[in-house]
Design a protein. Structure first.
Length: 154
């Protein structure tokens, strides 16, 4: 938490430093809220894409399409807003490393859909979406850890 100089009410020089990898403000405490907001928006985007695609393709294909599109947007948003990385340097490498998180998310969500197809072959789209929300929640934890310690490490 930022402290202020009691005399001036100003932040110290270290606390005025732009956030990003290696800076004072680039801590997990600051990163988690940004990651959470991006995660919620990405999940809503993913679910919207899934529901739209689900009208014309089967659940696994809809999941693949929705997850692929939303994962690229999610990695780009987290790169900029959660981890404070600006510019295009390293962007392709970060997206390629983000593929690991994508594959984990795909395995979890595809697994949930396969389990639903086996256990409840006529499950409604609402049940599918509920299962995908759970899978996405688990994938989100893995995604943050991968991004923090590998993709966007200091």
């Amino acid at each position: 938490m930022a402290s202020t100089n009691e005399t001036t009410g100003m932040l110290s020089a270290a606390e005025q430093t732009p956030s990003g990898p290696g800076t004072t403000a680039g801590t997990t405490k600051r990163q988690l809220p940004a990651f959470a907001i991006i995660g919620v928006l990405s999940t809503l985007f993913y679910l919207g894409l899934y529901v739209a695609a689900r009208w014309v393709v089967d659940p696994q294909v809809a999941n693949l399409i929705a997850l692929a599109v939303s994962a690229v947007a999610n990695t780009a948003a987290n790169r900029r807003f959660t981890f404070g990385i600006k510019g295009s340097e390293g962007a392709l490498r970060h997206q390629l490393q983000g593929l690991v998180a994508f594959v984990i998310g795909l395995a979890l969500s595809a697994g949930v859909l396969a389990l639903l197809d086996y256990a409840a072959p006529h499950a409604s789209k609402a049940v599918e979406v509920g299962g995908l929300i759970v899978a996405n929640g688990l994938a989100t934890i893995v995604r943050f850890l991968l991004m923090k310690v590998w993709v966007f490490k200091k």
